[in-house]
Design a protein around this ligand. Sequence first.
Ligand code: URA
Length: 295
Amino acid sequence: MDSAAKQRVKLWLRSERAMGQPSVVAPKDMISLDEEENASQAGRLNEDTRVAPAPRVVMQRSQPIMPVKKTTVATPQPVLIQAHAAHPFTAPLLPVEQRKIALAAMDSKEVKTCTRCRLCETRTNTVFGEGSAEAKIFFVGEGPGENEDLTGRPFVGRAGQLLDKMIVGMGLSREQVMIANIVKCRPPANRVPLPDEVATCTPYLERQLEIVRPAVIVTLGLPALKYMLSNPKLTMGRMRGQWQSWRGIKLMPTFHPSYVLRSYTDEVRAAVWSDLQAVLIELGIPVPKRGKSGG
Ligand code: URA
């Protein structure tokens, strides 16, 4: 397989995962591709952040879906490449100053100049994310909107103002948490990011998460949740408020602030507040009385 074909296969595997295919049946010669992809990801991580490589994907045997030549020689079974969401980070956490350096380096050397997908053609600015490198809470949104694209900062439009109120309502400030998105460039007309865009961009988010290693991830809206849990069939109705786990980090799914703005009912606001309260309780942070923020 030539290198261009290998690249396409790698992208396909990532986009399968991004679309929520938790396990992809891979023919034998692709196993090394995935290992290669992990190795190069880990290489970049080591180079930029001095964090040890993430654990390798676990391979399991399964039935083939590709036609297999009949032969009398026992052929190795194809394998399932498991979504890595289940594997906790094992490398030691960096000291906070090094985390800041690693994040800044990723932004300036990689994200700001990124041309890996079509979204670079229409963006004004990349939106890396912002907040504390030692944040205990990491909010994950969907993608920059118009205001974020113009300013290069996450959640600064109307939805951002509501997110700010939610954070203040928790008794915290924006500077104490981390906020980022699954894609770093604005999808045209604010459409939902396409699976290949998510697949191409999310290694950045995953490295941000590995560097910051928050105690809790809060996903805002369904696209972020589906990506983090590698499952396209999830619904907000069933998942919201239910603790999940991503690589050993507790994950709380809640509504996207844009949805809250569109459905500004007592019920929806109470649901979000209950999710945020659960996060505070998990972290042992005193829960302020509701209403303080006006959110
Ligand atoms: N919506 C998002 O999901 N992210 C932003 O940064 C802004 C709006």
